[in-house]
Write a protein that binds this ligand. Structure first.
Ligand code: ADP
Length: 398
């Protein structure tokens, strides 16, 4: 007769969980980027732990979750204790806590020094403007309206006021046509406790973005640049290849590669750029993580940005970044004003030929990013027309 076993003994006799060959990656953040990172981790059977809230997109898709917040040093320390490498899906983090973890031997990829560029946009501007071969819009830190006015006296109206940290999707960016709108924006920003800087309003011909990965062993892989369109500060669509002359595309790739090497990137870097009407390339913003403008690579390039991010932070061989579709477009799906859920119109969107629909499982709210659609086609215009059609169907637009 089998002797009765205690709960502990039963536990020890149970089939042990499969050991992961890889180190566990801790992702600070649990939104849609972490969710798509989890999709990539499943394919390679990589071990992940996301730091965020239970009602966010990653946990909804079954990603292992540590409940907490990236601004909380204790939560970051717990995550670090349970993972071998820490990386990020957003930059709303307690940077001093990250610096301390790194000083205590935790592998942080990208490093705290590199992450600091994304946390503080003014620090980013200063760093970039000190680099050879990188041009950024003219800028200055401001604390009051007279400083904005004296900047505008040199550079003309309109000017752009920006929050040093905490902004995204156009939040924390105010395009100000006059002294009075600048005064209102300054007040609004300062009431929210934000530190601000001002920059010239660039005469933009089109906006571009490029992604580059660099592994700790120094391997670098640059994706083809994409063309992006912003509506109200939020990305509406992305087209690949960017419809720019070949020499501009090569210059963008070279710039991304140089930036990755110069800062000592470990992980993924997204670079957003302005191409001016007089053909200058200005760097607008860096993000040290997977990026909305990189979603198109999931279908249109050999390796998705989510898989590449994990490969890079685990120092695995980087994936090929070649464009495998002649052309592709990605369109974001945003919550409509009536509060309805795009998921309820999935059937209609799936009738669009070639539409790859990604829904993030988030609660629908007007203006909230809830998914995206990618279409590959022979020509960029065809891809964009079809992707816009599918996104419009999901959003319930006529
Ligand atoms: P966020 O971090 O919110 O994405 P960005 O700095 O990327 O903020 O700005 C959002 C959008 O606002 C840009 O994509 C661009 O369309 C517009 N914008 C930002 N800065 C400028 C500028 N200096 N001149 C003209 N347009 C700008």
């Amino acid at each position: 007769m089998t002797p009765e076993l205690s709960a502990d003994e039963l536990q020890s006799q149970a089939t042990p969980p499969a050991e992961h060959a890889s180190a566990r990656v801790g992702i600070v953040g649990a939104g849609q980027l972490a969710r798509m990172g989890w999709q990539a981790a499943i394919s390679l059977d990589l071990d992940l732990l996301c730091l965020g809230a239970a009602d966010e997109a990653a946990a909804g898709a079954g990603a292992p979750l540590l409940e907490g917040n990236g601004r909380d040093p204790a939560a970051l320390a717990t995550l670090a204790g349970r993972c071998q490498v820490l990386t990020f899906e957003h930059e709303l983090v307690d940077l001093p806590a990250i610096v301390e973890l790194e000083a205590n031997g935790v592998q942080i990829r990208p490093s705290a020094t590199v992450l600091a560029l994304a946390v503080d946009k003014l620090h980013q501007r200063r760093t970039l403007s000190g680099m050879d071969d990188v041009e950024v819009p003219s800028y200055a830190p401001v604390t009051d309206l007279s400083e904005v006015e004296s900047f505008a006296a040199d550079h003309g109206w309109p000017v752009v006021l920006k929050a040093r940290s905490g902004g995204y999707d156009g939040r924390g960016v105010w395009i100000c046509a006059s002294r009075s709108t600048a005064g209102q924006a300054l007040q609004e920003g300062q009431d929210a406790g934000l530190e601000l800087y001002v920059e010239e309003a660039v005469d933009i011909a089109l906006e571009l973005a490029v992604l580059v990965a660099r592994s700790p062993s120094g391997e670098v892989a640059v994706y083809p640049p994409v063309e992006t369109c912003q509506v109200d500060g939020m990305c509406r669509w992305v087209v690949m290849p960017a419809r720019v002359p070949e020499n501009i595309a090569r210059e963008v790739e070279e710039l991304a590669r140089n930036l990755a090497v110069h800062v000592g990137l470990e992980g993924l870097l997204a670079v957003e750029l302005f191409l001016t009407r007089d053909d200058r390339l200005l760097v607008n913003e860096l993000a040290l993580r997977t990026h909305n403008t990189g979603h198109v690579h999931t279908e249109a390039s050999t390796t998705s940005q989510f898989e590449q991010h994990l490969r890079a932070v685990l120092d695995l061989p980087l994936g090929v970044t070649a464009q495998i579709a002649a052309a592709a477009a990605m369109v974001n799906v945003v919550g409509p004003q009536d509060g309805s859920d795009p998921a309820s119109r999935l059937q209609d969107a799936l009738r669009v030929p070639g539409a790859s629909v990604h829904l993030y499982g988030k609660r629908a709210r007007p203006g909230r990013k809830l998914g995206h659609v990618t279409v590959c086609a022979a020509r960029p215009e065809t891809a964009l027309t079809l992707a816009l059609d599918a996104a419009d169907r999901l959003e319930g637009n006529d």
